[in-house]
Design a protein around this ligand. Structure first.
Ligand SMILES: Cc1cc2nc3c(=O)[nH]c(=O)nc-3n(C[C@H](O)[C@H](O)[C@H](O)COP(=O)(O)OP(=O)(O)OC[C@H]3O[C@@H](n4cnc5c(N)ncnc54)[C@H](O)[C@@H]3O)c2cc1C
Length: 334
């Protein structure tokens, strides 16, 4: 039985596994990751799609990291359930992996709206390496794209497509389209910057239907009666925490896994870190999906706490992180 099991293969999981190894040289550690090559730099995906960055720069070499740190890594494996009474994680191949302490670092996934045409070819979210490679394979045959989205990932997807030479329309459904916690002025800044870079921004309108021809998307019809040509349609709207394997387990779940400042869930042997963790502090639950640096910070703190140390994470104002995104987002185009 591994002493520590970490579920997820991203920034929080990897940081936690390495921290555990550092603090507990003799313990056994296993990491379960759904993706075949799990640890890559998600914030660099737009540059990869736009052809500005070689693919090998995306990756951290997980295999040699695992070997160097003596961590057992099960890639291409999804956790599908948990048996808390027996302290076992259940995997998609039916294997039960017993644990002493468990870390949930499974991130978030995009939610696609239920629209006519949503299953057409060349329609995608933008959250992982597989989405990015799909986009790169479509771009050479495309000249127009519509991004239905908002916030950081909407802007990043728009950037990837625009810098690839496509004519891009961004359809933003919200009144406060960019970073809802920020002042209007920030939204205006992002919007005017996108327009300066040749992106057509349409706010306060929604995708109502995706129009296809021979199975492939060709246009987006909107609620306000527009019909926008699109060889590619990307969605960057809502995100949902990857907690499906914990539903019914009795572990406290809200938007994500509810944890305290030590990242401990309602089960003292189960921790959560990164985008999936929802910190409850001073009677208030923070939003999920905090970002890359927070995922690393939380991965380290979770590792420390699981190893028996006392580490408390920052519960700073989330709009601070969003503002930082806002500024660096604009600089990324140059
Ligand atoms: C395009 C894009 C650009 C971004 N740009 C920025 C940026 O500029 N700045 C910033 O701060 N943040 C950015 N982010 C967000 C940042 O990447 C995330 O906040 C960060 O990756 C969260 O790390 P994580 O380890 O919590 O989760 P993730 O990196 O999402 O990793 C979770 C992993 O767990 C796996 N998993 C899920 N469920 C299971 C399961 N049941 N069993 C096994 N494995 C499972 C998933 O497949 C995934 O590989 C960006 C994200 C995207 C998609």
């Amino acid at each position: 039985m591994p002493d520590f099991v970490v579920v997820g293969g991203g920034a929080a999981a990897t940081q936690a596994a390495e921290t555990l190894r550092e603090l507990r040289p003799k313990s056994s550690i296993a990491l379960v990751a759904e993706e075949e090559r799990p640890f890559y730099m998600r914030p660099l995906l737009a540059d990869f799609v736009a052809g500005r960055m070689a693919e090998d720069r995306l990756w951290r070499d997980t295999e040699s990291t695992a070997e160097a740190h003596d961590i057992t890594i099960l890639t291409g494996t999804t956790a599908t359930g948990i048996d808390r009474a027996e302290r076992a994680l259940i995997l998609d191949d039916g294997i039960r992996l017993e644990y002493g302490k468990l870390l949930v670092a499974t991130g978030v996934k995009p939610v696609l709206p239920e629209l006519p045409g949503i299953d057409l070819d060349r329609v995608t979210p933008f959250s992982c390496y597989a989405d990015a490679t799909r986009l790169t394979s479509w771009i050479s045959e495309a000249s127009t794209a519509v991004v239905v989205g908002r916030g950081l990932q909407g802007v990043e997807l728009t950037r990837a497509l625009r810098l690839s030479g496509l004519s891009v329309t961004m359809l933003v459904p919200d009144e406060s389209p960019w970073f809802p916690e920020l002042f209007e002025v920030r939204g205006t800044l992002v919007e005017s910057d996108l327009e300066r870079r040749g992106v057509q921004v349409i706010a306060l309108d929604r995708a109502a239907e995706l129009v296809g021809q021979e199975g492939r998307v060709v246009a987006v019809k909107t609620s306000e009666g527009r019909e926008l040509p699109a060889d590619i349609v990307g969605f960057a709207l809502d995100q949902r925490a990857r907690v499906e394997f914990l539903v019914g387990s009795g572990i406290s779940l809200a938007d994500g896994v509810v944890v305290n400042e030590r990242l401990q869930s309602s089960d003292v042997d189960v921790f959560a870190a990164g985008d999936v963790a929802q910190i409850e502090h001073d009677g208030r639950r923070r939003p999920i999906g905090y970002g890359w640096l927070r995922a690393i910070e939380q991965g380290e703190a979770a590792g420390r706490n699981m190893a028996g140390e006392e580490a408390v994470v920052g519960v700073g104002d989330e709009s601070e992180a969003q503002a930082l995104y806002g500024m660096s987002l604009l600089a990324r185009w140059d």
